[in-house]
Design a protein around this ligand. Structure first.
Ligand code: F6R
Length: 608
């Protein structure tokens, strides 16, 4: 959701900024731009579309400068256009890049117009440049001007600024939007993601909400919201080059699908005992606190929400705990009634999703037993805000469509269910079975990759259609929802998931020989019922692609039965996810979409 970067160095920074943008392109790719503080003036280039377009312009112009800022955009206010592309400038003096949303932009726009500012773009971001310029005229100092300007902003922002009159300096501010400083050798950086500067920074300072920073090549000054200079602890962040390269795969998504045995291994590693999870795997004191849990409230978005929906059955089964599940974007607007001893659980790959963070903040004002976060990015806001947490350790997920984040979230949620049951000393046998299933999951995921050959046989037919139906029952309905989401977001085929029993209540009307029906048929207590539902599809001439096992093998004239590896009760949903990811991936490749960066989307949705 927009990536911002700034650099000040004893060497030329153009290439560093472009490389940083490329590593953050997953955050948005509607336009890209750069502003470099040169001797006489600020040199700015902006290009529509991907960073590679900007890179080509850079080759043509060959600008040189030792200080600069850059931006890759996911459009919110104003269509993708050159005028709306960042960096935005004011009076050829102050240039800014911004990530976030300024909620009171209309009143600021009106005020600045009255002050005589000519506003060129439709963005809320341009206003920040003018506001800083306005206060700089009054106060003289850029940092002071930023402090005053940001006092007027309502909403979320991370900003990096250069000023024509302050050569060698980058200014930055953070409010509810990720931003960190990178310390290098004779150079310093600011970025919204450590990946962007991992190859040049030796250490990192995570800014807190309300912080400002002023960096030059040999100095980093950080101020808190009261304008007092403060020290933030230096943090080491592991962000290796292998994590950010495709490593021989065609796409990041493909790489991330095939990484899943290792990623899930990293999620469970060091957290399992022989027949149980270890104590306090969600943080100190968590095992004691979990003794009191009577209910759970989950909030998340998109794929992470599907993880919660899938996991509900584990919580009911292993720790006998009723669960409520909400879209994070809806939760706080329904005035939820919180029953005693309800645990609040937020799930997020990025830990920066604005809707989920807002839900967590809201939950803290309510009488919950405490807040647990399951998240993949240890430096994220969510990781800092929760009482207890588990990092999924999946490593950076770059493909916009979530894959390894989902399966590792499921592993973490299963551990949460076991952990609560252990604290409450119930269902010992189920805990032992679930622990064993977790241990077996990486090798089963590996086995599931062998299904690629079967999937190749059905890819073309699905790729040639405009709609698809996904069916499942119980937990596998949520896995079907996740499969449908993967297909639609990267192949642009409209896909809907239904609990198979719902088919006859309406969606069956869609079934004909033109709509492929993908069904998940694991060997569980609902398999007989599911098979009857599939007969309803067959009877209407539907094309069926069924993923199942020996017990669920049905004769299919039109379509294909694909045999899954033999799974355990508790790891089957995790393993059944893989063929649906592969199917979506192969179909999207067949249709030739830009599947690591699908249209209109971005990873890490930091706006509400
Ligand atoms: C889908 C996808 C999104 C995210 C959602 C939440 O493939 O990636 O639906 O799952 O935007 O993101 P996080 O998990 O970062 O909170």
């Amino acid at each position: 959701m927009c990536g911002i970067i700034g650099a000040t160095s004893s060497r030329s920074v153009g290439k560093i900024l472009i490389k940083g943008l490329q590593l953050m392109e997953y955050r948005g790719y509607d336009s890209a731009g750069i502003a470099l503080n040169q001797k006489e003036q600020v040199f700015r280039l902006r290009a529509l579309g991907k960073v590679s377009n900007l890179e080509e312009m850079m080759v043509e112009h060959k600008p040189k400068a030792k200080t600069g800022i850059a931006h890759t955009r996911w459009a919110t206010h104003g269509e993708p256009s050159e005028d709306n592309a960042h960096p935005h400038g004011s009076n050829d003096e102050v240039y800014i890049v911004h990530n976030g949303i300024i909620e009171n932009h209309e009143s600021i726009r009106a005020r600045l117009k009255k002050e005589g500012y000519k506003i060129i773009s439709q963005t809320d971001s341009e206003l920040i440049a003018h506001l800083i310029h306005f206060y700089k005229q009054k106060l003289g100092k850029t940092t002071q001007a930023m402090i005053e300007a940001t006092k007027e902003l309502k909403g979320a922002y991370s900003i990096a600024v250069i000023d024509k009159d302050k050569k060698g300096k980058v200014f930055a501010a953070r409010q509810k939007s990720p931003l960190l400083i990178g310390r290098g050798i004779e150079e310093n950086f600011v970025a919204s993601d450590p990946l962007a500067i991992a190859s040049v920074a030796e250490g990192f300072y995570l800014l807190e909400d309300g912080d400002f920073a002023e960096i030059s090549k040999d100095k980093i000054k950080i101020f808190d919201e009261t304008s007092k200079e403060v020290q933030r602890n230096e943090t080491l962040i592991e962000a290796t080059a292998t994590a950010t390269s495709r490593g021989g795969y065609k796409h990041f998504m493909e790489k991330e699908i095939y990484e899943q045995p290792e990623s899930v291994g990293n999620t469970i590693n060091g957290r399992l005992g022989e027949n149980d999870v270890l104590n306090n795997i969600f943080g100190l004191g968590s095992s004691d606190a979990f003794k009191e849990v009577k209910r759970i409230q989950f909030v998340a978005c998109g794929t992470s929400l599907h993880a919660a929906k899938t996991a509900r059955k584990w919580f009911e089964d292993i720790c006998e705990t009723p669960c409520y599940i909400d879209f994070a974007s809806e939760y706080r607007y329904r005035n939820p009634l919180v029953e005693e001893n309800t645990l609040f659980v937020s799930i997020s790959q990025s830990g920066e999703t604005a809707d989920t963070l807002a839900a967590l903040e809201y939950a803290k004002s309510k009488e919950y037993l405490g807040a647990v976060s399951i998240c993949n990015v240890p430096t994220s806001t969510m990781a800092r805000d929760a009482d207890w947490k588990m990092f999924t350790n999946a490593g950076p997920e770059i493909g916009v469509a979530s894959t390894k984040a989902f399966t590792t979230q499921l592993a973490a949620l299963l551990m949460l269910a076991i952990s609560i049951a252990k604290s409450q000393d119930i269902n010992k046998d189920k805990r032992a079975e679930a622990t064993q299933d977790l241990r077996n999951t990486p090798s089963l995921l590996q086995e599931a990759f062998a299904l690629k050959a079967d999937i190749d046989q059905i890819t073309e037919n699905i790729a040639s259609k405009n709609n698809a139906l996904y069916l499942g029952r119980g937990m596998f309905f949520s896995i079907a929802q996740e499969g449908a989401l993967k297909l639609k977001e990267i192949s642009y085929i409209h896909a809907e998931a239904y609990p198979a029993g719902e088919l006859k209540h309406g969606p069956l009307a869609l079934v004909d020989d033109k709509i492929p029906v993908v069904a998940l048929a694991p060997e569980d207590s609902l398999v007989e019922k599911l098979l009857s539902n599939l007969e309803e599809v067959k009877a209407r001439g539907g094309t069926l692609y069924v993923f199942g096992n020996a017990k669920s093998k049905i004769e299919i004239k039109r379509g294909k039965f694909i045999k899954m590896p033999e799974c355990g009760t508790y790891n089957a949903p995790i393993v059944y996810t893989v063929p649906l990811q592969l199917l979506a991936y192969e179909v999207a490749c067949h249709r030739g979409t830009d599947l690591d960066q699908p249209r209109n989307l971005a990873k890490s949705v930091t706006v509400e």
